[in-house]
Design a protein around this ligand. Structure first.
Ligand code: MG
Length: 453
């Protein structure tokens, strides 16, 4: 049996890997497994109307009623599923991927992406030929619905709006021509901010910048921050669940910095709390959480794993190093606009520039790399590595994480799609982290060679 679901939903190049036939059968299989009333939403991609129609058709064919919320951010659809009491949701989006891609993210009744075991169940139905269609008079209906107003109200209600309003903050927003444009400027305006935008026209060709916000493609936002004297800049990925921030000098803060900033504030208000995050996250998070008497619940890498760990263990705060923050009191999923509101709240409360707030956080040197390894050897290489490297703490939850006595660590993670290992490492200095990566990279290369001989 093949696999449909990747790290986060089903993705592929539209009309090549991801066809309307595939989406129709996938949607029918999802409806069959999830229940009668299914939310449907889409991002602003060129091919999203095509796949919206395919998904609606598949759902109706198995008797599901389709609640079509139109074009909206993924977190807004997730909010709709849970708060309007639907049985599940399908979001047509390829998140941050290039414009030729599209995909489907599948939500359970709690608004969180379905757990792996439900993905397996849906794949089982799909690969058995799809569910049986219902009789003609039991075909489901399509209802057009609206949730953006409710969603924005919910985000604004989770922060001290009157305090933020009193500060007249200036916010520069770059939605990257994605659906963040439909909510983020409104959230900031509702919080009394002066809002400036760039790449704010919804355009599925992503003419402004690539859909994934990265330090090297945020030049326009940086200029906007400087030209307007903004207190903060924020860029969203294509479906607005992730947000990356710039300080008032236009410096890009990578996702682990904003995550640590929000985590520190959360811990200040919830002493001793548990926080869920993936094994690839920085020691800065550990320090911030444990320093406030709290503890980390480690998960595999992937936002679904973090969100599901929050739901299953009653944890109210989580995040990822790539700019995904999950704020449980709103909902335990990544939400770019909620993260913006939380950071505006921190700035208003502290009355300090963002650069200063971030400078107070613990800082570590990081390095990422990759090394080739045939898929069939990956498991044996990891086992060999485990016996060759002396580390006081070894975590095999997702690949192999070796944690050394001085707190430095390296994570060796087999890619699910390519014949490579991804290496993530952290130490207190740059030379140290680079040495850690090069030594282990060499060791892996030698092991691969020895096992291939
Ligand atoms: Mg996304």
């Amino acid at each position: 049996m093949g696999r449909l679901f990747g790290t986060n939903g089903v993705r592929g190049v539209a009309n090549k890997e991801l066809t309307s036939e595939l989406v129709t059968r996938l949607a029918a299989s999802c409806g069959h497994v999830l229940g009668k009333n299914i939310a449907l939403g889409r991002d602003g991609r060129v091919t999203s109307p095509l796949f919206r129609d395919a998904a609606a058709s598949g759902l109706q064919s198995v008797g599901c009623n389709v609640h079509d919320f139109g074009v909206l951010p993924t977190p807004a659809l997730q909010y709709a599923v849970k708060h309007l009491g639907l049985d599940g949701g399908l979001m047509i989006t390829a998140s941050h991927n290039p414009p030729e891609f599209n995909g489907v993210k599948v939500m359970a009744a709690d608004g969180v992406e379905i757990p792996r075991r439900v993905e397996d169940e849906i794949e089982g139905v799909y690969f058995a030929g799809g569910p049986k269609a219902v009789e003609w008079d039991r075909v489901g209906e399509v209802r057009h619905r609206e949730v953006l107003g409710l969603y924005v109200d919910a985000v604004v209600s989770k922060v001290d709006a009157s305090l933020i309003r009193s500060k007249n903050l200036r916010v520069a927003i770059d939605p990257g021509n994605g659906v963040g444009t439909l909510v983020a400027p409104t959230v900031a305006q509702r919080l009394g901010c002066h809002v400036y935008t760039v790449n704010a026209e919804l355009d599925g060709r992503f003419p402004g910048r690539q859909s994934e916000p990265r330090p090297d493609n945020l030049g326009s936002l940086k200029e906007l921050v400087k030209a307007t004297g903004a207190d903060i800049g924020v860029a969203f990925d294509g479906d607005a669940d992730r947000s990356i921030f710039l300080d008032e000098m236009g410096e890009v803060l990578w996702g682990d910095r904003s995550f640590a900033l929000v985590a520190r504030d959360y811990m200040g208000k919830h002493h001793g709390a548990r926080v869920a995050t993936a094994v690839s996250s920085s020691n800065a998070i550990v320090e911030v959480v444990e320093g406030a008497g709290g503890s980390i619940h480690w998960t595999r890498v992937g936002s679904v794993d973090v969100s599901r760990a929050m739901v299953e263990n009653g944890i109210d705060f989580g995040g990822e190093e790539n700019g995904g923050v999950m704020y449980g009191p709103h909902h335990p999923v990544r939400d770019g606009s909620m993260t913006l509101a939380l950071i505006l709240g921190i700035m208003a409360e502290r009355g300090e520039p963002l650069s200063k707030l971030v400078a107070e956080l613990p800082t570590y040197a990081q390095s990422k790399d990759k090394v080739r390894c045939p898929n069939e050897l990956k498991q044996r290489v990891l086992e060999a590595l485990r016996t060759k490297v002396a580390a006081p703490r070894v975590d095999a939850m997702d690949g192999l994480k070796l944690v050394f006595a001085d707190g430095s660590w390296i994570l060796v993670r087999p890619s699910g799609t390519e014949p490579i290992f991804r290496l993530y490492a952290e130490a207190d200095t740059q030379p140290k982290v680079e040495k850690l990566v090069s030594e282990n990279k060499r060791l892996i290369e030698e092991t691969v060679k020895a096992l291939s001989a």
